[in-house]
Write a protein that binds this ligand. Structure first.
Ligand SMILES: [Mg+2]
Length: 192
């Protein structure tokens, strides 16, 4: 019990329900209706311009985002258990003010925006026990790092099952990578 455990987590797709956020944006700004099934890959949504992220990150749209179910409660629970919580996001630094306002209910120790810290460097420096990420590109980077440390892995990687990252489930073989649907199941795993 003598040491602090750390969790490194992404924001969009983990804490913020990013698909819902995009759907909301597309409806309000492009006057179109899309559904979860239209998210074939993270950056390729049927009929929607590819630079949608850049638009959302500039629209002043991030002050009151939809959160994934129970994510706030989950992080509050981890904080109460003494975890150090580090957030990392691809949102640009210009969104800092809105993001911090949006995450005011969430306990965290530090937050890194795009260009401030590379994910792999961050986990090497902070040696977290757990990492949460939804983006297939970063999941694969974290996986590669785990593989390179196979004899002494230092984190477990969790990713929520979404239509755009499901293909990884059969592709990544490591006992240190786990998928989840609810935070309840993650808590049971962590504190069983
Ligand atoms: Mg994400």
């Amino acid at each position: 019990m003598g040491f602090t455990q750390t969790i490194v987590t992404d924001i969009d797709g983990i804490i913020v329900d990013y698909q819902k956020l995009i759907i909301k944006y597309v409806k309000e700004y492009l006057n179109m209706n899309i559904t979860f099934e239209d998210f074939t890959t993270l950056n390729n949504i049927k009929g929607i311009p590819r630079d949608i992220d850049n638009k959302i990150f500039k629209a002043g749209f991030l002050k009151d985002t939809p959160k994934t179910y129970d994510s706030i409660k989950f992080l509050i629970t981890l904080k109460k258990k003494g975890f150090k919580i580090i957030l990392i996001t691809d949102r640009p630094p210009e969104t800092k003010e809105d993001t911090i306002e949006d995450l005011k209910e969430i306990p965290y120790d530090s937050i890194f925006f795009k260009g401030e810290k590379n994910r792999i460097d961050l986990v090497k420096e902070t040696t977290p026990s757990f990492v949460f990420e939804d983006n297939p590109k970063y999941i694969q980077e974290y996986y590669a790092l785990l593989q390179s440390n196979e004899r002494r892995p230092f984190y477990r990687l969790f990713f929520p099952e979404y239509i755009y990252n499901k293909f990884l489930i059969d592709k990544l073989h490591s006992p240190f990578i786990l998928t989840y649907n609810t935070y309840e199941s993650v808590l049971q795993y962590l504190f069983k």
